[in-house]
Design a protein around this ligand. Structure first.
Ligand code: AMP
Length: 938
């Protein structure tokens, strides 16, 4: 924005030179000799447009009072920055009371004397933020109170998220929100030929820093279109995409084509069809050819037909058979449908087996039977029907294509003689009624589970045969028929035989080779392990999984540091300001400029002077650990400086500091999705660490850092003794210090720290996050916390906590560590919640903090009951009043000490009532613990 200066008293517009001696115009004032200066300079009216949060960048020089002789008492080294919001331009007169002060501005650098005595001008840059702004525009004003200032430039700007396309949705230019922490939710519009995914409309959030965050939902290309970059393009000719759910266009399946672009399906070639239920992805098919080898057997007025499947199934596996039965007159041959009196077993159509029995035919009648194979597209086809037919006269044989019906195998037994992996030997007896001399037998067989039922045949001149080239462990179906001069007879019954399993000891050579290779690997590992000894003591692993190596296993800790951390040149690091106090020295912010790279903001942990060798080792240990990790949700180590002083660890800069303090500062300001997004990040970082075999032991919101994009990263790595320096850690009876409120029971009780105990701590972090940095278990003492947890109590859902999140916390706090979810599952659950924000809705009525910290509001406050009977009435168990009195439980304190055995001994026999009473007693006990601190001795 261009600025025009309207109101000038004492301030002068002057030409000068900047640091590089380039001519510039400045506004200057230098009334340092006179006291009580009040000189104002004001901008013209600046229309704010859509902006709500305005940045003001000032460049100025300020004269050091010490360099001005004789000004003691009157010279100042600061000036004040003000603003005034108005809807329209106002007059030139400044009324100070209408201005709101933004800040007092001081210089980081002032005029200094150069080596040769000439004055050098040092330019200062300061940025201030104003907002939320509500009027149409504003003025900026500068108040000089007696300093020597030259205002060189004022840049006024606001930030916005630039229009982008993400997940095929367009998000327009969006001005950032009014608050530092506010995210502006923006709905995306699908690009052309894309549509919103069901229940997953695209959204993004514009952060105050002008960056797009937390993309949710997406658009997908419509049917007939596929994604290319940020757009949807039509499928090419010969390709199709049937649904928006499919990612890619596919080539037209067999026997189909299309000659248009952007098709959702392909058309069938002539003579090929698609059944109504066929998806567009399968080939077009055609009706099957006629069944083969149709034979019959007639017994007075009953005919049995048997056939083989068609040579061509039409490309489908839904072939069935239907029989058309016609009765024909002798001369001239005229046929009519058989009518309803004929019986078909199992049925006339829809047959899946290749045989049928037709009974109740008329005696001495002439019949024609057509056997037609049909499939899912037979009814769509207008081509000629293909069938196999026989004509039969009841009570006599005539016109049979297979005239040897007497060679009937039915009733003959087939024996399996020898079953091997690849062969089966069968034997049988000659049929009882051979129709002449049997010259040959045909053995037909097929794989039982094969869909297309492809038959093979073997011929034999004797009553036995061996069928070879079979697959091991496979069921085959065999049928045998005999051949005489009159032709083939009927096939005998089906015999199912399964070949033997392939024996594992089949190829001793392979086994020997495997054993030899495995032996060599073990030997190599042993020799390798022996040579490198301590150095890789924990690192023996198989390729593919990166494993954390405990730096303590290195004899020389310096080697560990240099194995995992880059040594940086101290001259690349510029320390700017102190941001915190670490255990070993100050933590500063600054910049790291590596040769050939952009400078990046960094946090620098320093080791205080006068350190001992042990302190140096412990300090660098964190770097040796951090340097092994590389994950977006684990704080990244830039490098170390060990060859200069001070010794430094340089880490990526996390602008918003530690998570607990950050959440407290922004209490209630985030959406649930944002909170879950943070939790997802932490879980992903922990999944990575646990996959590497690293157990954190001190996972807590205070040990998570947050950057300017609200990305959370796990930090604070160290060996167990580093935890000793956590102010939350206290000594426990098992020795060593433990952050009790964050630690799983088994870790407190017997120091069993595992990724499962990290999951417990993660549950506590979830609770800290959702409650905006509330202290877990509030002001309860550590002893009471341990006691309450032991008795089965768990933190209740924080205010506005979606039930699903609280359930996940409770799962993390399962007593048995095997029952807790793994980090991998936690990430999956949170991802699902983010994808379906509806699951994160809080049911009405849970939006207030619980009265008692350990309980939901719905739980009565047991400490307010005055007698045992009042309590029993409240839990609707008054029927047991007398039982309590008779057993001597007259006070609530005595009731609170009861165990389940005590409850049972009162004579409460119903399990449901026992549970209700016991759970109420436990709740009462917890409330007493919380209210009276010391609790009840059980
Ligand atoms: P630590 O010794 O790691 O506990 O650090 C002390 C404090 O310095 C922390 O509580 C943070 O506020 C701050 N700090 C540490 N590391 C960083 C970092 N990478 N970026 C920003 N602040 C940090």
């Amino acid at each position: 924005m261009a600025l025009f200066w309207l109101f000038v008293i004492q301030w002068e517009e002057i030409s000068g030179l900047d640091e590089n001696f380039t001519p510039i115009r400045t506004y200057q004032v230098c009334q340092v000799m006179e006291p009580n200066q009040n000189n104002w300079l004001r901008t013209n009216w600046i229309e704010k447009g859509d902006a709500q949060r305005i940045f003001v960048e000032l460049k100025f020089t300020l004269r050091d009072c010490n360099s001005l002789p004789g000004v003691v008492g009157t010279c100042k080294e600061t000036f004040n920055l003000y603003y005034q919001e108005t809807d329209v331009e106002v007059g030139r007169n400044i009324r100070e009371s209408q201005y709101v002060k933004i800040d007092t501005i001081a210089a980081d650098e002032s005029f200094t004397q150069g080596d040769l005595g000439e004055r050098k001008m040092k330019l200062n840059t300061e940025v201030r933020i104003i907002g939320p702004l509500s009027r149409r525009g504003f003025y900026l004003a500068f108040q000089d109170v007696g300093a020597c200032i030259a205002l060189v430039s004022v840049k006024v700007y606001y930030k916005k998220c630039w229009s982008i396309i993400e997940n095929l949705a367009t998000f327009p230019d969006t001005v950032t929100g009014s608050e530092f922490s506010s995210l502006v939710e923006v709905e995306g519009t699908c690009v052309s030929d894309a549509e919103e995914e069901a229940d997953n409309s695209p959204k993004m959030h514009c952060s105050a820093e002008g960056e797009w965050l937390v993309p949710i939902g997406k658009c997908i290309c419509k049917a007939g279109f596929h994604q290319k970059g940020d757009a949807c393009e039509p499928c090419g000719r010969g390709f199709y995409k049937s649904s928006s759910q499919d990612l890619q266009c596919s080539r037209c399946p067999a026997h189909s084509y299309n000659d248009r672009e952007g098709s959702w399906r392909c058309d069938c070639e002539d003579g090929y069809y698609r059944a109504l239920s066929d998806p567009p992805s399968i080939a077009c098919t055609r009706p099957p050819s006629a069944p083969q080898n149709l034979v019959y057997n007639i017994n007075q007025t009953t005919v049995t037909l048997e056939w083989s499947p068609p040579a061509d199934t039409g490309g489908r596996n839904d072939v069935t058979y239907r029989i058309i039965c016609r009765r024909c007159s002798w001369e001239p041959e005229e046929c009519v449908p058989c009518g309803g009196n004929v019986a078909f077993t199992p049925q006339q159509s829809g047959l899946t087996d290749t045989y049928i029995t037709i009974s109740e035919l008329l005696a001495h009648a002439n019949y024609t039977f057509e056997v037609e194979a049909v499939n899912g597209v037979s009814d769509l086809s207008r081509t000629q029907r293909l069938f196999a037919a026989v004509s039969i006269a009841t009570s006599q044989i005539c016109l049979s294509p297979n005239p040897s019906a007497m060679n009937n195998f039915h009733g003959s037994e087939v024996i399996k003689e020898r079953v091997q992996e690849h062969s089966i030997q069968l034997s049988w007896q000659e049929p009882e009624q051979p129709n002449g001399v049997i010259t040959e037998y045909e053995i037909k067989y097929y794989e039982k589970d094969q869909k297309d039922r492809i038959y093979s045949t073997v011929k034999s001149k004797s009553t036995s045969a061996t069928v070879n080239n079979l697959k091991p462990s496979t069921a085959y179906v065999f049928q045998i028929r005999a051949f005489t001069a009159a032709g083939y007879g009927m096939f005998g019954p089906r015999l199912e035989v399964t070949t033997k399993e392939e024996s594992s000891g089949q190829n001793p050579v392979i086994i020997i080779a495997v054993v030899a290779v495995a032996g060599t690997i073990i030997l190599v590992f042993m020799v390798f392990g022996f040579i490198i000894g301590r150095r890789y003591a924990l690192a023996v692993k198989f390729p593919g999984t990166k494993t954390y190596i405990d730096p303590e296993t290195y004899e020389d800790p310096n080697r560990a540091v240099h194995q995992f951390a880059k040594e940086l040149d101290a001259s690349c690091i510029k320390i700017e300001r102190v941001i915190g106090a670490g255990e070993f020295g100050e933590v500063c912010s600054g910049r790291l400029k590596l040769p050939g790279k952009r400078d990046v903001p960094v946090a620098i942990k320093t080791l205080k002077v006068g350190y001992t060798e042990k302190q140096r080792r412990d300090f660098l240990c964190e770097a040796s650990i951090m340097g092994q990790f590389d994950h977006p949700n684990v704080v990244h180590l830039e490098g170390v400086v060990t060859r200069g002083k001070p010794v430094m660890i340089v880490i990526e800069y996390m602008e918003n500091g530690s998570l607990d303090a950050f959440l407290r500062k922004h209490d209630g300001q985030f959406t649930v999705i944002q909170l879950v997004g943070m939790l997802r990040g932490i879980a992903a970082g922990m999944r990575y660490l646990s996959d590497m075999g690293y157990v954190h032991r001190d996972l807590a919101a205070r040990n998570i850092l947050v950057n300017s994009n609200l990305v959370c990263k796990v930090s604070d790595f160290g060996l167990s003794r580093v935890i000793d320096d956590d102010p939350e850690a206290v000594y426990t009876t098992t020795g060593g210090k433990i952050p009790v409120r964050w630690t799983a029971t088994e870790a407190i009780q017997y120091r069993k720290f595992t990724s499962a105990s990290d999951v417990w701590s993660y549950g506590i972090v979830m609770w800290e996050v959702v409650s905006y940095g509330e202290r877990p278990y509030w002001d309860m003492s550590n002893q009471d916390v341990i006691k309450a947890i032991e008795e089965g109590y768990r933190l209740p859902a924080p205010m506005d906590c979606p039930p699903g999140l609280h359930q996940l916390m409770l799962d993390c706090w399962q007593k048995d560590r095997a029952d807790r979810p793994k980090f991998d599952q936690i990430v999956g659950i949170l991802d699902k919640m983010i994808r379906n924000p509806n699951t994160l809705k809080t049911p009405v009525g849970t939006t207030t903090r619980p009265i008692s910290p350990l309980l939901d509001q719905s739980t009565p406050d047991f400490t307010s009951f005055r007698s045992v009977s009042e309590w029993l009435e409240a839990i609707k168990m008054e029927r047991y009043k007398d039982n309590f009195t008779a057993a001597g439980y007259s006070s609530l304190e005595s009731v609170a000490r009861m165990t389940i055995e005590d409850v049972m001994s009162l004579g409460i026999s119903l399990v449901g009532h026992q549970k209700k009473v016991m759970s109420s007693i436990q709740t009462m006990r917890a409330q007493m613990i919380h209210l009276h601190g010391t609790g009840v001795q059980v």
